[in-house]
Design a protein around this ligand. Structure first.
Ligand code: ARG
Length: 271
């Protein structure tokens, strides 16, 4: 019932906004659910997404174009909201601050929901999960997380990611401590350092880990993942209306199977 009312309200406000009274086709195109009057975006008519596009299969370059799961989900969400998606490829550790300061509408970057980030931004409903994985050289003596933590190994991470946050914490807190951490701007730079033996392991999300291992000979992923995380879109805390509209769009895209289809396209179901 509530949904029906929202649909009606969305159509009505879209029609009013566009000054359309008789063009039924256009109304549906602008999305039934988009209550365009209720939220604002950084630039009117656009949904500006900040990402860091070196994180396959969520976001990566195919030639000049940024593609991937996040790009397709954000495109579908923008469409439902009647907005044009604009992608900005930035350093991962600048995304939260940019959303918080009102530079970007959303941060969509395989971004994990964490307590700490929730102090600075809101998160949408999670749309995927990630697991932190450990990549080592194929002939590495390291066999599990305990060995990695206990030894004197150097660990590479992408700066500002959850891999960085966990690994740089003290040994008592389940990390290896600052001295053993090497930070890289991109996950792939850490992987390159690993292939040349400069570091002993890389801690990064499982899907990019698989992609990097497939693209670089002589590496393997340890079978000891140690955290499961939720991925969601970061949204400015003051823009609750945008969060609500995005969540509504994500709900519709989940219910009609769009999200599952996008994920399956990039991550074929195992087995
Ligand atoms: N899930 C991790 C985090 O939120 C890593 C995300 C990195 N994303 C990227 N597009 N480079 O910290």
């Amino acid at each position: 019932m509530k949904t029906l009312k929202r649909i009606a309200a969305g159509i009505l406000s879209a029609a009013l906004l566009l000054g359309m009274t008789s063009c039924a086709a256009k109304q549906t195109e602008a999305s039934a659910e988009a209550d365009t009057a209720a939220f604002t975006t950084v630039e009117s008519g656009k949904l500006i997404m900040a990402t860091n596009a070196f994180f396959p299969p969520y976001e990566y370059y195919e030639g000049e174009k940024i593609v991937g799961i996040d790009v397709e989900i954000a495109t579908a969400v923008a469409q439902k909201l009647g907005l044009e998606l604009v992608i900005e490829d930035v350093e991962f550790d600048s995304i939260i601050a940019g959303v918080q300061s009102g530079k970007y509408d959303i941060g969509c970057a395989g971004m994990t929901v964490t307590e700490d980030r929730l102090k600075s931004v809101n998160f949408s409903t999670p749309y995927a999960t990630g697991i932190q994985s450990i990549i080592v050289a194929a002939d590495s003596e390291i066999t599990d997380i305990d060995m990695l933590l206990a030894g004197d190994y150097k660990v590479g991470v992408q700066s500002g990611t959850t891999g960085d946050i966990y690994m740089s914490s003290s040994v008592e807190d389940g990390g290896v401590g600052e001295e053993r951490i090497e930070r890289f701007a991109k996950g792939n730079d850490a992987v390159i350092a690993l292939t040349s033996g400069k570091i002993d392991a890389v801690v990064i999300d499982n899907e990019p880990a698989k992609a990097f291992v497939a693209a670089n000979a002589g590496l393997k992923i340890l079978e000891t993942p140690y955290t499961v995380e939720d991925y969601a879109m970061a949204i400015n805390k003051d823009n609750v209306a945008l969060k609500d509209a995005i969540n509504q769009a994500l709900k519709e895209l989940t219910d009609d199977g769009t999200i599952a289809a996008i994920v399956n396209k990039y991550i074929p179901a195992e087995g």
